[in-house]
Design a protein around this ligand. Sequence first.
Ligand code: PFF
Length: 445
Amino acid sequence: KPTLELNNTSKETFSSAGFILSAIGSSVGLGNMWKFPYITGLYGGAAFFLLFTICLVVIGLPILLAELTIGRGSRGNASSAFTILSGHKYWSYFGGLGVLAAFVIMAFYTVVAGWTMHYAVQSFTGKLFSGGDFGAQFENFNATLQPVGWQIVVMIISVFVVAKGISGGIEKFNKVLIPGLIIILLVLMVRALSLPGAGAGVEFFLKPDFSKLTVESALVALGHAFFSLSLGMGTMLTYGAYVEKRQSLGTATLAVGFGDLLYALVAGLIIFPTSFAFGIPSSAGPGLVFVALPAAFDAMWMGEFFGGLFFILLAIAALTSAISILEVPVAFVMDKFRTTRAKAASSVGALCLVFGIPAALSLYGPLSGFLPGGKSIFDWMDFLGSYVLLPLGGLVVTLFTGYVWKHAGQEAGLTSGWYKLWMFLLRYIAPFLVIAVFIYSIYSN
Ligand code: PFF
């Protein structure tokens, strides 16, 4: 039997607006601005966007609500929550998968977040545009130790914010940065849509060609809906544990889901019109944002400014997500080892760098020749974190809420019709689709 002390009743709490902004800050990130555009480009534009929207609503939202509910119902961390609610010790090991996923994802997420900061500086100073070939610049930058420096900067900021706590750190950070992010986003959207030739990009993004739909694109869309909503690694569960009882979790779920979707929509309305206007192929892959878009900014009036603004936007989005990822293992360590926030945050951050620095050096740097199983360290972490541990963590949440925990309905506070729909999706739809994504990911890698 779990002891009551597992259930940390003296937890800090978010304010209502602070919670919604922080949860949106977590979901809106590199997933929306870096991954989403290039996979949309690769998997057929508008048809893919439509699939992503369906997956987000039908599978993503129910699991998001489940995570928030488990978090608030238990007031535990991503591992202990399951034991607190079920009374069985072994559930904490399943939950532990989420903690592990967060740790692995943090290790490589900080690398990409670091790139965005470097690119913001390079763009504002104009160095990016006087340096010639953008592909070569990206590789040369990655061959130096600079990415590690930027990664450490990202980690220090994240550790600092998380160490300051929920209301004094995470909530404050998001309350300042999310409104800033929305302003920059709108400025860039107006700029992109007013470019001559932008219409073709809008069409590519919003006018679906259903012949492009495949099973593969559906599975990628579902996997991305997971990543984009920050599901499967206990982030929303961990944030949920700091939410007050009077907050409606249903409303929060809708706000986060539609906030994330709207952000992806606007990001697409920046990236596709810009790349189409300057003849850049939308299928440029992972380099789209760091290699292809600079070429567009280069050719644009006041491109240094708009390019700099774009990368600042990316950096803000990345940082508000990075702190939510870090909070997962930090909350776990605080409970498990009964230590202070500051100590937990700095030790988890340091340990995460031990694994993350090799990832930063593995793309074009000194460790690029080390390719166990044909993958770089960076790619292994992305694969393990995003494609193996994330769906597994999502499955744990789905099965636990659908079949094990009997009081989820009370905690979620849904009306009976919504409750039935929620349970139907969690019991009979989500698990099978999540398993399908998992099998597909393993198979296609
Ligand atoms: N949702 C974030 C993004 O789209 O970039 C990434 C992320 C954050 C994934 C937190 C998972 C997570 F738990």
